[in-house]
Design a protein around this ligand. Sequence first.
Ligand code: ATP
Ligand code: MG
Length: 321
Amino acid sequence: MIPSTHSSDDSLGARNAGLPGPRLLSVGGGKGGVGKTFVTANLAAALARAGKRVVVVDVDLEGANLHTCLGVASPQKTLADFVSEREDDLGKLLIDTPLANLKLIAATHGNLADAQPSHLRRVRLLRSLRQLDADFVLLDLGAGAHASVLDYFLVSDDGILVVQPEPTSVENTYTFLRAAFYRRMRLAMVGHGVRQLVTLAMDQKNERGIKSPLDLLREIEATDGAEAQRFVETMRVFRPRLVVNAVRTAEDVKLGFAIASVCKKYFGIEVEYLGYVNHDEEARRSVSLRRPIVDLRSDTDVSIYLQRIARKLLEPAASRG
Ligand SMILES: Nc1ncnc2c1ncn2[C@@H]1O[C@H](COP(=O)(O)OP(=O)(O)OP(=O)(O)O)[C@@H](O)[C@H]1O
Ligand SMILES: [Mg+2]
């Protein structure tokens, strides 16, 4: 999602166009319990079943449970070892899963006093993730819009948001998108004054009356034409993806289009609706059985929808548009 031309992004380990390395995907969403881990585990499994070499990483250090969805019991070496600097080589934390082509870097709540990595450690982590020997690396993000969660989302080649068709989840999705958008913009701006303007716009009650990204763009245009151009270009490549999980009705399915349309109108950004997954007790059962449903029952509707989304991820971004 981040253009590779800009120096301030490099510190976060953004992908350099043309360089080899895995495609980095992150799966987040403002609200807890909407199915982020379920979707991550199953997209990873679907990609692995399609013959891709996949590493799935649990970066939800405070609510780690991805290993359980994949049938890995009590991992001994985890991301907590990297965070606490006990282990520097991320490759040594890779664990085999019961599925061919699919490896896991698990997390556990290793150190209750200091679960989140420092900024420097996070930068190191993101660089190491880019160097893993895989076709795809998928990150399972925690809930909320904490700076660390936003950074994982923003540096990924595909940032995927999982939303459920209920007002609380939709509200949190917009909060997440808004936070990610302004953080992205602040990173992209070079001038101190313009960065301050972006910070000001993040406060909804700001004294300049900036209410939307388009208001902010007008303010930037008035002060610095080059920065305004950078703003527009960053806006163009900021392209979050959306999955609507646990749909029950045809109306629920339309939610993805509605969110995309609001984002276009309010932020001026394109959100790609990757697809939906139906609500099914079989999905819950697969979690209880600790097996991705695409592996357990590849012919059921939930699996068919998840595999459809995975196929979209295999397409180059340009042809998806
Ligand atoms: N499509 C679905 N149909 C039915 N149940 C589902 C579906 N998707 C997820 N679930 C159920 O919801 C539970 C919670 O999902 P999951 O743990 O993936 O959410 P999460 O967003 O990762 O939560 P957290 O924010 O705590 O990390 C799953 O264990 C599963 O039982
Ligand atoms: Mg989760």
